[in-house]
Design a protein around this ligand. Structure first.
Ligand SMILES: [Zn+2]
Length: 417
């Protein structure tokens, strides 16, 4: 089967989609459920219908464009990504996976291929946390990682709830209905720009993502005892900042202690109360971010940090309270999908390497209900979430070609005579 990608058409479509924006070109701002987001969705649905795909939407606006297979009762093979864009972003993040996924399907249609399993293109709602403070809303709800009641109550800057905003955008029905059963998809493959410099630096056209690292973050509040920096002598002090300093070093020690390059631990916020030169800190709040590609290893580091907090608190006579903000699952790619991607690269004669995604994606959550993998294409300078984000038509074309061949292999099927 010879697969040909219409790079010009795809590039024109990427440009047209970038025009649905609240920022002036080349910047793209497209916040979920804004007027521009709604216009972009309408335009996309026309493209999907044009390609002969059956379109449906769920209650949170996740959009599914389906190419019915010869065996429609079998779990479908899915691809897709997101089209929302943070303020002053570029035109490729997410979009390459949606319009590239569409072009992959059209390219297969042009060859006369008829899939056995259905192939679905998914556009996930609000991958970016811009409006409601939590990313991957659509895929979190689909996978059951986020409870519908918790999602409904999320608020934007204007204090409007997600529930109100999505209904006003035309997405009715209960949020309970968004969750889908594990096993609904036999595979999910997401094409995405790398958002890092490795592929460009190594001059390798494609990255096959084996793992997606997942962040856990928590907030620690330490209560000690304040007092005059001169009057209160050193013995018996309960200095909250000294305790925080030890905790921060425990985070570093925990991350380094695994000996794995993929474990990272960071304290990026430290607020000291009352914050005066001559006053002993009585209360300190710090944030901790721990990421790893291995769930068990990350959880072990988290447990070590928590044990250290307890020990430090006891020894120093301070009270440390830990609040978990999020603890997302890392994802591991399916060996079968990686094998299909590898075979597709080899058939097409396109170079590739295996790599880890340090950012999370909708695939992170889809991994809870389906075997997943991701395919990365290079982006200039590793730049993303900026107006100068760029991938060439050729780079995108190579990714789409390998995606098309992979979808065909995973769906099974035959060339029509
Ligand atoms: Zn993205």
């Amino acid at each position: 089967m010879k697969i040909q990608i219409d790079q010009q058409l795809l590039n024109r479509e990427i440009d047209t989609l970038a025009g649905f924006s609240d920022a002036e070109a080349p910047a793209v701002t497209r916040v979920v459920f804004s007027e521009q987001d709604r216009k972009a969705r309408a335009w996309l649905k026309e493209r999907f219908a044009e390609a002969g795909l059956a379109v449906r939407e769920d209650a949170v606006g996740n959009t599914f464009a389906r190419w019915e297979g010869a065996k429609p009762d079998l779990p479908a093979v899915a691809t897709g990504s997101h089209v929302d864009a943070i303020p002053h972003a570029g035109k490729y993040d997410g979009v390459v996976g949606v319009l590239g996924g569409l072009e992959a399907i059209r390219a297969l249609e042009r060859t006369g291929f008829r899939p056995k399993r259905s192939i679905e293109l998914i556009v996930f709602t609000s991958e970016e946390p811009t409006r409601f403070g939590l990313g991957c809303l659509g895929s979190r709800l689909m996978s059951g990682t986020l409870a519908p009641e918790a999602a409904a109550a999320l608020r934007d800057d204007e204090e409007q709830t997600l529930d109100t905003v999505r209904q006003r955008a035309g997405f009715k029905g209960s949020l309970d209905s968004v969750r889908i059963a594990p096993g609904s998809y036999s595979a999910f493959v997401e094409l995405h720009i790398e958002q890092g410099p490795i592929l460009e630096e190594e001059k390798i056209p494609l990255g096959l993502v084996t793992h997606i690292a997942a962040p856990a973050s928590f907030r620690i509040t330490i209560e000690g005892e304040g007092g005059h920096a001169g009057g209160r002598l050193m013995p018996g002090r309960r200095d909250a900042l000294c305790a925080a300093a030890e905790i921060i070093l425990a985070v570093e020690r925990g991350a380094l202690g695994t000996g794995a390059i993929d474990t990272v631990g960071t304290v990026g916020i430290c607020q000291v109360h009352p914050g005066a030169v001559n006053s002993i800190p009585s209360r300190v709040q710090i944030s901790v971010d721990v990421r790893d590609t291995d769930a068990a290893r990350r959880d072990k580091v988290q447990a070590e940090i928590e044990a250290a907090i307890e020990e430090i608190g006891r020894r120093r006579g301070v009270v440390a309270r830990v609040e978990i903000i999020n603890s997302d699952p890392p994802a591991e790619s399916s060996p079968e999908i990686l094998a299909a991607l590898t075979a597709a690269c080899e058939t097409e004669g396109i170079g590739y390497r295996r790599m880890v995604s340090r950012a999370y994606h909708d695939s992170s959550f889809m991994s809870q209900i389906a075997p997943i993998a991701m395919l990365f294409i290079p982006c200039r300078g590793g730049v993303s979430h900026r107006p100068d984000e760029y991938s060439s038509p050729e780079e995108i074309g190579r990714g789409v070609k390998v995606l098309a061949r992979t979808l065909a292999a995973l769906a099974g099927g035959a060339q029509q005579v």
